[in-house]
Design a protein. Sequence first.
Length: 198
Amino acid sequence: MKPSDWRFERIDVVAGAVSTGVIGFFVVVACAETLYRSHTHINDASDAAVALTPLAGHLASTLFAVGLVGAGLLAAAILPLSTSYSVSEAFGKEGRIAGNLRTEPIFFLTYIAMTALGAAIVLIPGAPLVPILFLTQAVNAVMLLPLLAMIAHLTRDRALMGELRIGTISACAAWATTALITVTVIALGAFSLLPSHY
């Protein structure tokens, strides 16, 4: 990536972050209107489709199926790839999707392993997929905390970042975000330990 590309990269990141926030907001609203109002517990995909009936009517199952397939295709492409890049960089390799298994063994073996592992878990007969989904997201939130703190620290390092070192406002925003996520993770842990009231 060249310095001339940074402007477009910033637009991509901001647009993605805003879109994610908007989508997340409406997911919370939809869940509050359907699941929380009726005290419905989701154990599998069919429960989620049925819960959408008050909002989507007879098209609830179709709407959920389309969303599930779209999310699955996105996750299958993006998550293993991002992990492959991270693992390659951890071993000091660039990691190029334009390469092949011979030229980029770490990158492609990681991608294959991640995809195979995900498929194997989904194909386990009777696997509690919804609890597994919640668990992975909770673990993701916990693991995000040290990463955010590390990123906030490194981006303030003048020797490392040079003229790209973030300013005081950006640093405060980064640490405020880390603090907010810390509070939500603690709240999640506390509420998970409380007995259910329904």
